[in-house]
Design a protein around this ligand. Structure first.
Ligand SMILES: [Zn+2]
Length: 393
């Protein structure tokens, strides 16, 4: 028999341990919720500076400094203007040493300014093995879309065009988040992913397009796909499978009669033989002076597949995609061009701007002007894709 007194004591002990258990799980839930830098579908992690020795950090408002390895809060404060550097055992905020390779700056509704650029959300600093810093902005996805849209489009465009573009941007971002789950960040803020301008880059009409399409993404067979987009296709969009390892109907390419009045429909550029040669040599090609450039083939959208560079030393074959990247994607604006050598110059005449895959942004602009809505624009450029709410995926 258990005495009534012992029963009471054991009940009390049970209650106390349950309360301790609750408060423990509650605290760790709080820590995870507020301090973790792990990926969550709501937040995107954008690398804003890579491999730098130092940077300037300014915070206007209250903040917390958290060791994101141990999840311990190291410091709380208000307003900061300091330099961030590394030392042998960790990261330095001014003269304050933090013995960790991962420092999380949680902004409590503060403005965070890094090297003069303002960011929404929180910042993670990571010290790498080469004693350099990586700075990552962790931001709500919808805010990120607002930040990139100004750089990726123009806020004076028709609203239906902006909505179609914003849905493509969001889809592409979510695709990158899925792809890079195990990495320190989802995207970089350069042209190779999406151009991220931070808080200073927002505009009213773009924010409206983002808010009115909140959470909407493109899917194919229920899955998010890399919804590529480009400035102007120049007549036909490109089959993604010819450039990258993705082969689905929405990215197979369509004829486009909408972008003919785009300012980027045609392009023209004259480079000296020396400039072209130097760019190729820099890219690792051992070539002599250029005698001729021959087009070896074109795909069904008229974009060049391969080129032969005839030189005094030896001839080389190069894909048009690599050629464009080595010369600069804004100099050779597309791979749909003609080329001829004229004395010491090389003359390029081409169509479109960008890789040509997915949404033609100037085509979308003119479609919207003609009265098409964002769904029709997306159906046209991504045939077979559906517009879905990302939360339901
Ligand atoms: Zn087009």
């Amino acid at each position: 028999m258990v005495s009534p007194l012992r029963k009471v004591i054991s009940y009390k002990l049970w209650v106390i341990s349950f309360i301790i258990f609750l408060s423990f799980t509650h605290n760790s839930a709080l820590i995870t919720q507020h301090h973790s830098f792990a990926q969550s579908p709501k937040y995107i992690r954008v690398a804003i500076l890579e491999d730098v020795s130092s940077l300037r950090l300014k915070i206007k408002g209250t903040y917390e400094v958290i060791d994101s390895v141990s999840n311990k809060v190291l410091n709380r404060g208000k307003n900061l203007n300091t330099t961030v550097t590394v030392y042998n055992r960790g990261i330095l905020l001014g003269n304050t040493k933090s013995n960790t390779n991962k420092l999380f700056i949680k902004s409590c509704d503060a403005n965070v300014i890094i090297n003069g650029r303002m960011f929404r959300g929180d910042i993670q600093f990571i010290k790498n093995d080469n004693m350099k810093l990586l700075a990552i902005n962790q931001i709500e996805l919808e805010d990120y879309i607002k930040g990139i849209s100004v750089r990726e489009t123009s806020h004076y465009r028709p609203i239906e065009s902006l909505k179609a573009e914003v849905i493509a941007f969001r889809t592409f971002a979510l695709y990158k988040m899925q792809e890079n789950k195990q990495k320190d960040f989802d995207l970089t803020s350069d042209i190779y992913s999406q151009v991220y301008g931070g808080k200073g880059a927002e505009r009213y009409r773009i924010n409206k397009a983002v808010d009115e399409t909140k959470g909407l993404v493109l899917t194919y067979q229920g899955k998010i796909f890399p919804a590529f987009y480009h400035a102007t296709c120049g007549g036909d969009t490109e089959d993604a499978s010819l450039l990258w390892n993705v082969n689905i109907p929405p990215l197979k390419g369509v004829p486009c009669n909408f972008c003919q009045d785009s300012p980027h429909f045609q392009w023209h550029n004259v480079l000296s033989q020396e400039e072209v040669k130097n760019a190729l040599v820099k890219g690792g090609y051992q070539i002599g002076n250029i005698k001729d450039i021959l087009i070896l083939g074109r795909d069904k959208s008229n974009r060049i597949t391969n080129l032969k560079i005839v030189t005094e030393k030896k001839d080389i074959e190069i894909s048009a995609k690599d050629f464009r990247n080595l010369l600069g994607p804004n100099i050779i604006r597309s791979t749909n061009f003609d080329v001829k050598v004229v004395e010491r110059d090389i003359v390029f005449e081409g169509f479109g701007w960008g890789h040509g895959v997915g949404l033609c942004q100037w085509g979308a602009y003119f479609m919207a002007k003609e009265g098409y809505n964002y769904k029709q624009i997306l159906e046209y450029y991504y045939p077979g894709a559906a517009v879905s709410l990302s939360a339901n995926l």
